[in-house]
Design a protein around this ligand. Structure first.
Ligand SMILES: Cc1ncc(COP(=O)(O)O)c(C=O)c1O
Length: 332
Protein backbone atom coordinates (compact mmCIF):
# COMPACT_ATOMS: atom_id res chain seq x y z
CA UNK A 1 0.00 0.00 0.00
CA UNK A 2 1.24 3.51 -0.79
CA UNK A 3 2.33 5.67 2.15
CA UNK A 4 -0.25 8.17 3.41
CA UNK A 5 -0.01 11.68 1.90
CA UNK A 6 2.75 13.67 3.58
CA UNK A 7 4.32 10.92 5.67
CA UNK A 8 7.49 10.37 3.61
CA UNK A 9 10.11 13.13 3.64
CA UNK A 10 13.21 13.96 1.65
CA UNK A 11 16.21 13.52 3.98
CA UNK A 12 17.40 17.14 3.81
CA UNK A 13 15.83 20.59 3.88
CA UNK A 14 16.90 24.21 3.44
CA UNK A 15 16.80 26.16 6.71
CA UNK A 16 17.51 29.67 8.04
CA UNK A 17 17.20 31.19 11.53
CA UNK A 18 16.42 34.82 12.50
CA UNK A 19 18.28 35.88 15.66
CA UNK A 20 16.40 39.12 16.25
CA UNK A 21 18.49 41.18 13.84
CA UNK A 22 19.75 38.95 10.99
CA UNK A 23 18.83 35.81 9.07
CA UNK A 24 21.51 33.10 9.02
CA UNK A 25 22.90 32.05 5.64
CA UNK A 26 20.48 29.33 4.40
CA UNK A 27 21.92 25.83 4.49
CA UNK A 28 20.84 22.29 3.70
CA UNK A 29 20.51 20.20 6.86
CA UNK A 30 19.12 16.82 7.80
CA UNK A 31 15.32 16.93 7.90
CA UNK A 32 14.89 14.39 10.67
CA UNK A 33 14.98 16.85 13.58
CA UNK A 34 15.38 20.45 14.71
CA UNK A 35 16.31 21.65 18.18
CA UNK A 36 13.94 24.05 19.94
CA UNK A 37 13.86 25.45 23.46
CA UNK A 38 10.84 23.99 25.31
CA UNK A 39 9.74 27.56 25.95
CA UNK A 40 9.78 28.42 22.22
CA UNK A 41 6.99 30.88 21.37
CA UNK A 42 5.43 28.63 18.71
CA UNK A 43 4.90 25.75 21.16
CA UNK A 44 2.81 27.93 23.48
CA UNK A 45 1.25 30.69 21.40
CA UNK A 46 1.05 29.09 17.92
CA UNK A 47 3.21 31.66 16.13
CA UNK A 48 3.43 29.49 13.04
CA UNK A 49 2.49 29.65 9.39
CA UNK A 50 3.23 27.43 6.42
CA UNK A 51 2.63 26.86 2.74
CA UNK A 52 1.82 23.91 0.52
CA UNK A 53 2.85 23.84 -3.13
CA UNK A 54 4.00 21.23 -5.63
CA UNK A 55 6.78 20.52 -8.11
CA UNK A 56 5.99 18.39 -11.17
CA UNK A 57 8.15 16.24 -13.44
CA UNK A 58 7.62 16.78 -17.19
CA UNK A 59 8.33 14.23 -19.89
CA UNK A 60 11.40 16.26 -21.03
CA UNK A 61 12.89 15.49 -17.61
CA UNK A 62 12.54 19.04 -16.28
CA UNK A 63 11.07 19.75 -12.84
CA UNK A 64 8.64 22.65 -12.53
CA UNK A 65 7.18 24.36 -9.47
CA UNK A 66 3.54 25.50 -9.73
CA UNK A 67 2.71 29.11 -8.77
CA UNK A 68 5.63 29.54 -6.39
CA UNK A 69 5.26 33.34 -6.37
CA UNK A 70 1.65 33.20 -5.13
CA UNK A 71 2.58 30.86 -2.30
CA UNK A 72 5.53 33.02 -1.29
CA UNK A 73 3.29 36.11 -1.26
CA UNK A 74 0.79 34.31 0.97
CA UNK A 75 3.56 33.15 3.33
CA UNK A 76 4.80 36.70 3.59
CA UNK A 77 1.27 37.92 4.38
CA UNK A 78 0.76 35.17 6.99
CA UNK A 79 4.10 36.02 8.65
CA UNK A 80 3.20 39.71 8.81
CA UNK A 81 -0.26 39.09 10.26
CA UNK A 82 1.25 36.82 12.96
CA UNK A 83 3.90 39.39 13.89
CA UNK A 84 6.70 37.03 12.80
CA UNK A 85 9.98 38.47 11.45
CA UNK A 86 9.77 39.45 7.78
CA UNK A 87 11.19 36.95 5.29
CA UNK A 88 12.96 38.04 2.13
CA UNK A 89 10.87 36.71 -0.79
CA UNK A 90 13.91 36.19 -3.04
CA UNK A 91 15.66 34.14 -0.32
CA UNK A 92 12.53 32.04 0.20
CA UNK A 93 12.28 31.41 -3.57
CA UNK A 94 15.93 30.34 -3.69
CA UNK A 95 15.51 28.00 -0.72
CA UNK A 96 12.47 26.38 -2.34
CA UNK A 97 14.33 25.97 -5.65
CA UNK A 98 17.44 24.63 -3.87
CA UNK A 99 15.42 22.04 -1.96
CA UNK A 100 13.60 20.88 -5.10
CA UNK A 101 16.85 20.85 -7.16
CA UNK A 102 18.56 18.78 -4.46
CA UNK A 103 15.94 16.04 -4.93
CA UNK A 104 15.05 16.64 -8.58
CA UNK A 105 15.78 13.01 -9.44
CA UNK A 106 13.25 11.86 -6.87
CA UNK A 107 10.30 13.98 -7.98
CA UNK A 108 7.61 11.41 -8.89
CA UNK A 109 6.14 11.44 -12.39
CA UNK A 110 2.47 12.54 -12.79
CA UNK A 111 0.02 11.92 -11.27
CA UNK A 112 2.57 12.06 -8.42
CA UNK A 113 4.52 15.20 -7.48
CA UNK A 114 6.86 16.64 -4.88
CA UNK A 115 4.81 18.39 -2.20
CA UNK A 116 6.73 21.33 -0.70
CA UNK A 117 6.06 22.59 2.81
CA UNK A 118 7.76 25.94 3.62
CA UNK A 119 7.29 26.55 7.38
CA UNK A 120 7.95 29.65 9.52
CA UNK A 121 7.59 29.84 13.31
CA UNK A 122 8.55 31.85 16.39
CA UNK A 123 11.45 30.39 18.38
CA UNK A 124 11.97 32.91 21.18
CA UNK A 125 12.16 31.16 24.56
CA UNK A 126 9.63 33.45 26.26
CA UNK A 127 6.53 31.98 27.87
CA UNK A 128 5.52 35.38 29.19
CA UNK A 129 4.94 36.64 25.65
CA UNK A 130 1.34 35.50 25.20
CA UNK A 131 0.42 38.88 23.77
CA UNK A 132 3.77 39.83 22.25
CA UNK A 133 5.29 38.49 19.00
CA UNK A 134 8.42 36.33 18.95
CA UNK A 135 11.50 38.35 18.01
CA UNK A 136 13.34 35.26 16.73
CA UNK A 137 12.15 32.66 14.24
CA UNK A 138 13.06 29.72 12.03
CA UNK A 139 12.12 29.08 8.41
CA UNK A 140 12.65 25.79 6.57
CA UNK A 141 11.50 24.09 3.38
CA UNK A 142 10.50 20.46 3.85
CA UNK A 143 9.70 18.25 0.85
CA UNK A 144 7.56 15.14 0.57
CA UNK A 145 7.04 12.98 -2.54
CA UNK A 146 3.33 12.26 -2.99
CA UNK A 147 1.34 9.93 -5.22
CA UNK A 148 -2.03 10.17 -6.91
CA UNK A 149 -4.56 11.78 -4.59
CA UNK A 150 -7.33 9.92 -6.42
CA UNK A 151 -5.62 6.52 -6.33
CA UNK A 152 -8.57 5.08 -4.40
CA UNK A 153 -10.97 6.13 -7.17
CA UNK A 154 -12.49 9.50 -7.92
CA UNK A 155 -15.46 9.47 -5.57
CA UNK A 156 -17.79 12.35 -4.84
CA UNK A 157 -17.44 13.67 -1.29
CA UNK A 158 -20.05 14.08 1.44
CA UNK A 159 -20.00 17.50 3.13
CA UNK A 160 -21.72 18.47 6.33
CA UNK A 161 -22.98 22.07 6.13
CA UNK A 162 -22.13 23.64 9.48
CA UNK A 163 -23.98 26.93 9.96
CA UNK A 164 -23.49 27.32 13.71
CA UNK A 165 -19.75 27.18 14.38
CA UNK A 166 -16.92 28.58 12.29
CA UNK A 167 -13.57 27.21 11.15
CA UNK A 168 -11.52 29.81 12.98
CA UNK A 169 -11.70 33.37 14.27
CA UNK A 170 -12.92 35.56 11.36
CA UNK A 171 -9.79 37.77 11.29
CA UNK A 172 -7.53 34.68 11.08
CA UNK A 173 -9.08 32.96 8.07
CA UNK A 174 -6.70 34.23 5.44
CA UNK A 175 -3.62 33.29 7.50
CA UNK A 176 -2.30 29.78 6.79
CA UNK A 177 -1.57 29.06 10.43
CA UNK A 178 -1.60 25.87 12.49
CA UNK A 179 -4.03 27.25 15.07
CA UNK A 180 -6.79 27.49 12.47
CA UNK A 181 -6.54 23.76 11.76
CA UNK A 182 -6.63 22.99 15.49
CA UNK A 183 -9.72 25.15 15.78
CA UNK A 184 -11.52 23.27 12.97
CA UNK A 185 -10.68 19.79 14.24
CA UNK A 186 -13.49 19.24 16.76
CA UNK A 187 -16.37 19.96 14.36
CA UNK A 188 -14.69 17.83 11.68
CA UNK A 189 -14.25 14.86 14.03
CA UNK A 190 -17.88 15.22 15.14
CA UNK A 191 -19.11 15.29 11.52
CA UNK A 192 -17.16 12.12 10.68
CA UNK A 193 -18.53 10.29 13.70
CA UNK A 194 -22.12 11.45 13.56
CA UNK A 195 -22.99 11.49 9.83
CA UNK A 196 -19.91 9.91 8.15
CA UNK A 197 -19.16 13.18 6.40
CA UNK A 198 -15.81 13.44 4.58
CA UNK A 199 -15.47 17.15 5.35
CA UNK A 200 -17.27 20.05 6.99
CA UNK A 201 -18.26 23.03 4.85
CA UNK A 202 -18.19 25.95 7.27
CA UNK A 203 -21.13 28.33 6.68
CA UNK A 204 -21.31 30.56 9.77
CA UNK A 205 -24.69 32.28 9.92
CA UNK A 206 -25.52 30.75 6.51
CA UNK A 207 -22.47 32.30 4.73
CA UNK A 208 -20.84 29.52 2.66
CA UNK A 209 -17.06 29.78 3.23
CA UNK A 210 -14.67 26.79 2.92
CA UNK A 211 -13.86 23.38 4.38
CA UNK A 212 -11.08 22.55 6.85
CA UNK A 213 -8.40 22.44 4.14
CA UNK A 214 -9.92 23.46 0.80
CA UNK A 215 -11.97 26.17 -0.91
CA UNK A 216 -15.51 25.56 -2.13
CA UNK A 217 -16.86 26.12 -5.65
CA UNK A 218 -20.40 25.69 -6.94
CA UNK A 219 -20.79 25.01 -10.65
CA UNK A 220 -24.23 25.67 -12.09
CA UNK A 221 -24.28 25.26 -15.87
CA UNK A 222 -21.88 27.80 -17.33
CA UNK A 223 -21.54 29.72 -14.06
CA UNK A 224 -19.03 29.07 -11.30
CA UNK A 225 -19.87 30.67 -7.95
CA UNK A 226 -17.54 31.05 -4.98
CA UNK A 227 -17.22 33.38 -2.02
CA UNK A 228 -15.50 36.69 -2.78
CA UNK A 229 -12.15 37.22 -1.04
CA UNK A 230 -12.28 38.67 2.46
CA UNK A 231 -10.17 38.02 5.55
CA UNK A 232 -12.39 35.21 6.87
CA UNK A 233 -11.08 32.35 4.70
CA UNK A 234 -7.91 31.18 2.96
CA UNK A 235 -7.23 32.66 -0.47
CA UNK A 236 -6.43 29.43 -2.26
CA UNK A 237 -3.95 29.43 -5.12
CA UNK A 238 -5.86 26.53 -6.70
CA UNK A 239 -9.13 28.50 -6.39
CA UNK A 240 -7.58 31.44 -8.23
CA UNK A 241 -6.08 29.13 -10.89
CA UNK A 242 -9.36 27.27 -11.49
CA UNK A 243 -11.29 30.56 -11.78
CA UNK A 244 -8.76 31.79 -14.34
CA UNK A 245 -9.07 28.57 -16.38
CA UNK A 246 -12.87 28.72 -16.12
CA UNK A 247 -12.78 32.22 -17.63
CA UNK A 248 -10.43 30.93 -20.37
CA UNK A 249 -13.04 28.26 -21.15
CA UNK A 250 -15.74 30.93 -21.51
CA UNK A 251 -17.42 30.29 -18.17
CA UNK A 252 -18.98 33.06 -16.11
CA UNK A 253 -17.17 33.47 -12.78
CA UNK A 254 -19.17 34.97 -9.90
CA UNK A 255 -17.18 35.83 -6.78
CA UNK A 256 -19.86 36.78 -4.28
CA UNK A 257 -21.60 35.74 -1.10
CA UNK A 258 -23.64 32.56 -1.33
CA UNK A 259 -26.05 31.37 1.36
CA UNK A 260 -26.88 27.83 2.43
CA UNK A 261 -30.43 28.38 1.13
CA UNK A 262 -29.20 29.30 -2.36
CA UNK A 263 -26.70 26.44 -2.27
CA UNK A 264 -29.41 23.85 -1.56
CA UNK A 265 -31.78 25.35 -4.11
CA UNK A 266 -29.16 25.20 -6.86
CA UNK A 267 -27.89 21.75 -5.80
CA UNK A 268 -31.36 20.32 -6.45
CA UNK A 269 -31.01 21.09 -10.19
CA UNK A 270 -29.93 18.07 -12.27
CA UNK A 271 -26.87 19.72 -13.86
CA UNK A 272 -25.46 21.31 -10.70
CA UNK A 273 -21.94 20.41 -9.48
CA UNK A 274 -19.84 21.28 -6.46
CA UNK A 275 -16.11 20.87 -5.87
CA UNK A 276 -13.33 21.51 -3.37
CA UNK A 277 -10.13 23.15 -4.59
CA UNK A 278 -6.70 22.82 -3.00
CA UNK A 279 -3.11 21.94 -3.75
CA UNK A 280 -3.39 18.35 -2.53
CA UNK A 281 -6.56 17.29 -4.41
CA UNK A 282 -6.58 19.98 -7.16
CA UNK A 283 -10.36 19.78 -7.65
CA UNK A 284 -12.35 17.14 -5.76
CA UNK A 285 -16.00 16.50 -6.64
CA UNK A 286 -18.73 16.91 -3.99
CA UNK A 287 -21.78 14.65 -4.36
CA UNK A 288 -23.80 15.21 -1.19
CA UNK A 289 -24.61 17.99 1.28
CA UNK A 290 -25.83 17.01 4.73
CA UNK A 291 -27.84 19.74 6.42
CA UNK A 292 -29.99 19.57 9.55
CA UNK A 293 -30.09 15.78 9.42
CA UNK A 294 -31.11 15.58 5.75
CA UNK A 295 -29.03 14.50 2.76
CA UNK A 296 -29.18 16.55 -0.46
CA UNK A 297 -27.61 15.18 -3.66
CA UNK A 298 -25.67 17.77 -5.67
CA UNK A 299 -27.01 17.40 -9.22
CA UNK A 300 -26.86 13.69 -9.98
CA UNK A 301 -24.74 13.08 -6.89
CA UNK A 302 -21.68 11.78 -8.74
CA UNK A 303 -18.53 13.24 -10.29
CA UNK A 304 -19.43 16.31 -12.39
CA UNK A 305 -18.28 16.71 -15.99
CA UNK A 306 -17.22 20.35 -15.61
CA UNK A 307 -15.33 19.53 -12.42
CA UNK A 308 -13.45 16.83 -14.31
CA UNK A 309 -12.79 19.12 -17.27
CA UNK A 310 -11.42 21.95 -15.07
CA UNK A 311 -9.22 19.55 -13.12
CA UNK A 312 -7.83 18.11 -16.36
CA UNK A 313 -7.12 21.62 -17.68
CA UNK A 314 -5.14 22.48 -14.55
CA UNK A 315 -3.32 19.15 -14.44
CA UNK A 316 -2.39 19.52 -18.12
CA UNK A 317 -0.52 22.76 -17.35
CA UNK A 318 1.09 21.35 -14.21
CA UNK A 319 2.20 18.21 -16.06
CA UNK A 320 3.57 20.08 -19.08
CA UNK A 321 0.91 18.72 -21.46
CA UNK A 322 -0.66 22.11 -22.20
CA UNK A 323 0.97 25.46 -22.82
CA UNK A 324 1.67 27.46 -19.64
CA UNK A 325 -0.08 30.54 -21.02
CA UNK A 326 -0.30 32.30 -17.64
CA UNK A 327 3.36 31.77 -16.69
CA UNK A 328 2.51 29.63 -13.65
CA UNK A 329 5.50 27.29 -13.74
CA UNK A 330 9.04 27.91 -12.44
CA UNK A 331 11.57 25.57 -13.98
CA UNK A 332 14.13 24.37 -11.42
C1 LIG B 1 -8.17 26.12 4.89
C2 LIG B 1 -7.72 25.98 3.49
N1 LIG B 1 -8.46 26.56 2.52
C3 LIG B 1 -8.09 26.47 1.23
C4 LIG B 1 -6.97 25.76 0.84
C5 LIG B 1 -6.59 25.69 -0.60
O1 LIG B 1 -5.47 26.49 -0.83
P1 LIG B 1 -4.48 26.19 -2.04
O2 LIG B 1 -5.31 26.07 -3.25
O3 LIG B 1 -3.57 27.37 -2.08
O4 LIG B 1 -3.78 24.93 -1.71
C6 LIG B 1 -6.20 25.14 1.81
C7 LIG B 1 -5.03 24.38 1.35
O5 LIG B 1 -4.08 24.16 1.75
C8 LIG B 1 -6.57 25.25 3.17
O6 LIG B 1 -5.84 24.67 4.12
Amino acid sequence: MAAAFGTVFMPEMAITWFDGSDWSVPEMVSSDSITLHPGAHVLHYSSTCFEGLKAFRHTDGSVNIFRMDRNIARLSQSSRLLGLPALDDATVAQMIKDTVARFADEVPAPPGSLYIRPTHFGTEPAIGKAAVPSVTSCFYVLASPVGDYFAGGDKALRLLLEDQGMRCAPHMGMIKSGGNYASALQPIMRARDSVQADQVLFCPGGDVQETGAANFLLIDGNEIITKALDESFLHGVTRESILTLAKDLGMQVSEREITVDELLQRAAKPGCEAALSGTAAVLAPVGTFIYQGKEHAVGHGGVGETTRKLRQALNAIQWGQAEDTHGWLTRV
